[in-house]
Ligand binder design. Structure first.
Ligand code: KIV
Ligand code: ZN
Length: 506
């Protein structure tokens, strides 16, 4: 029988801390529920000492989720550990994840401490955490640039102090599969009490090797992998959960271990993260990219029609992409709508269903076919609202080939309604200039992109906008059958998110 690889998802911690991926508590809860359905073993819910907002989100997740362990991150000091425990103690299965660096580079330049001092801090941290729970994980940050024998010594001592998981992070994405595999084997063979702990890995993707390194680690004895949905995370991101899960599942013939991931829930989880963060995956992204199952070449299509096996190593259905998805329209009733929503992996209460169904009806009056992507947009708009300092009340634009683009915008800001008229280089420019003026924002627009959500002529336009102010970044999104309205919604959403990020940092 194949052994088990534990999936430790850090989308809500390492993923959320990366630029543009900030989520509010409600969004984090929704993600946590989706991760639970996905069969994630451990959800790292956040870094409770980072802010009151982080603490509260971790606490709510801990109090809600029943079938996954909930981990809280803590540096190796008493305050962090006490705070982490305060947030996760309500969980059915709480875990304290404490960490400190072990590489000479970090010791010398960041911690300014010697190896013995760091070892002592690590052991004391584990002992402190152990007072609260038997479920303690220790991470040796920058492990892959650490002296291997020192790393083994630290692991031996933290295990003796009670750590039941020892994590080997490739913090800067520096290692390569062959070397990383050897390191894991070295740890297995040179830490005398390693049988009392699970070896975990946590790989970053700076050289594009996070998944390959994680897989090499599994082949050499690691039995926990830390990863994120869509591979989001610091800099180039973390190892992607969906890729690791599907590699192990698809190549059962060569891997000694599998996960308990419910693969059909992968795509809904990926879409949820995209919808919440506004960060799309690239079309050619393995498993969840728009082209991951699209066969363009004639030879491939011919083969597929004869037998799927010719060019398909896994089915789209196995990762939750429904090829035969029923398209809804204006005659679709509440029952069909609810079923579709559940099929997409969302669970809405009656009030939420009423709200979204009303929006669905309005949309289906404007466009013939309402696709899954349209429905997800409605859910994001109606259910995952962040506090709205600004609201669009009215927009009128005139433009054309012989007209100066002019926009009239009525915007609610802090409960007061303002109206302005202005011109611009194009209808979007005119609209944005006025919104910027009314909102009195000093933020800069750094990205603007438009996609069609689905393929028809009457498709909704989906607009993403990125704004920046003093190093803070916020992404906004908006969808509408009118591109200019979608753009205005996206810009206002970005400004609202920026305000939200400011309150979180402040
Ligand atoms: O990359 C890293 O080293 C981390 C640790 C906190 C595990 O995220
Ligand atoms: Zn990390």
């Amino acid at each position: 029988m194949s052994e088990r690889v534990f999936i430790f998802d850090t989308t809500l911690r390492d993923g959320e801390q990366s630029p543009g991926n900030t989520m509010n508590t409600q969004e984090k809860l929704r993600v946590a529920r989706q991760l639970e359905l996905l069969g994630v073993d451990i959800i790292e819910a956040g870094f409770p000492i980072a802010s009151d907002g982080d603490f509260d989100a971790v606490r709510q997740i801990a109090d809600t989720i029943k079938n996954s362990e909930i981990a809280g991150l803590a540096r190796a000091n008493d305050d962090d550990i006490d705070r982490a425990w305060g947030a996760i103690k309500g969980a059915e299965k709480p875990r304290i994840h404490t960490f400190i660096s072990t590489s000479d580079i970090h010791l010398k330049h960041q911690f300014r401490k010697n190896k013995d001092e760091i070892l002592k801090i690590a052991v004391n941290a584990v002992k402190r955490a152990k007072k609260y729970t038997s479920n303690v994980e220790f991470s040796a940050m920058d492990a892959t640039r650490s002296d291997w024998d020192y790393l083994c010594k630290v692991f031996a001592e933290v295990i003796a102090a009670g750590a039941v998981t020892v994590n080997v992070p490739d913090t800067v994405g520096y290692t390569v599969p062959e070397e990383f595999g050897r390191l894991i084997r070295y740890i297995k063979e040179n830490v005398p009490n390693i049988s009392q702990a699970i070896i975990s890995v946590h790989c970053h993707n700076d050289l594009g090797l996070a998944v390959a390194n994680s897989i090499a680690a599994i082949q050499n004895g690691a039995r926990q992998v830390e990863c994120t949905i869509n591979g989001i995370g610091e800099r180039a991101g973390n190892a992607s959960l969906e890729e690791i899960a599907m590699i192990l599942r698809t190549r059962k013939d060569i891997f000694p271990a599998d996960t308990r991931i419910v693969s059909e829930k992968i795509y809904p989880a990926s879409r949820l993260i995209t919808a919440i963060t506004g960060v799309s995956v690239q079309p050619n992204k393995a498993i969840v990219g728009a082209n991951a199952f699209a066969h363009e070449s004639g030879i491939h299509q011919d083969g597929l029609l004869k037998a799927k096996l010719t060019y398909e190593i896994m089915t789209p259905e196995s990762v939750g992409i429904s090829k035969s998805s029923l398209v809804l329209g204006k005659h679709s009733g509440r029952h069909a709508f609810r079923e579709r929503i559940e099929g997409l992996g969302y669970t809405l209460d009656d009030k939420e269903l009423n709200l979204t169904f009303k929006r669905f009806k309005t949309l289906s009056d404007m466009k013939k076919h309402v696709y899954d992507e349209d429905i997800e947009m409605i859910i994001m708009d109606e259910i995952y609202k962040i506090p709205e300092k600004y609201k669009l009340v009215y927009l009128n634009v005139s433009c054309g080939n012989i007209t100066i683009p002019t926009a009239t915008v009525k915007l609610e800001a802090d409960g007061n309604v303002y109206q302005e008229v202005g011109v611009g280089d194009g209808p979007v420019d005119a609209t944005f200039k006025i919104i910027k003026k009314i909102a009195k924002t000093s933020s800069k627009l750094v990205k603007f992109s438009v996609n069609s959500i689905t393929k028809d002529m009457d498709a909704q336009g989906e607009v993403f906008v990125k704004v920046e102010e003093k190093g803070l970044i916020a992404i906004g999104k908006g969808a509408d059958t009118d591109i200019i309205v979608a753009s205005a919604k996206a810009y206002i959403n970005a400004l609202n998110r920026l305000e939200y990020v400011k309150t979180k940092k402040g």
